[in-house]
Design a protein around this ligand. Structure first.
Ligand code: ZN
Length: 127
């Protein structure tokens, strides 16, 4: 449910951006799609408003675009995990991509290899 809220919000914001870039009002978009103004307004607001794929398709057509362009374009908004494996034992875990990006920033600054200690076998895992 929380992820659904985030997903619908991102799509809603993409619809809003696309609509504004075309200089179309919410009223005009409602007219073009035959949806109510409150439905369009709710989609674009950060209140929870779910909608069907066919509604998304209709809105995309009205905005002269493809509905794929209205879906989240990158995964920055979602916290994604990357799997880390120890090469010596069967230990593996997932750490957030954001943390990896931060570690990579440290790597760039220090030019040193980042080593993690495996919590299971205590050997160094070269990052
Ligand atoms: Zn290990």
């Amino acid at each position: 449910m929380e992820n659904d809220l985030e997903l619908y919000n991102i799509i809603g914001q993409n619809i809003k951006k696309r609509r504004k870039s075309l200089g179309i009002t919410q009223e005009k978009l409602a007219e073009l799609t035959n949806y109510s103004l409150s439905f369009i307004a709710n989609i674009e607001s950060r209140t929870f408003q779910s909608f069907s794929i066919s509604a998304l398709n209709n809105i995309a057509k009205a905005l002269n675009t493809n509905m794929l362009n209205l879906l989240p374009q990158d995964n920055k908004e979602f916290i994604k995990n990357k799997e880390i494996k120890c090469e010596y034992c069967d230990y593996h875990t997932e750490i957030p991509i954001e943390l990896i990006n931060l570690i990579n920033n440290i790597h760039e600054i220090t030019y040193k290899k980042i080593k993690l200690t495996c919590p299971k076998c205590n050997k160094k895992i070269i990052f």
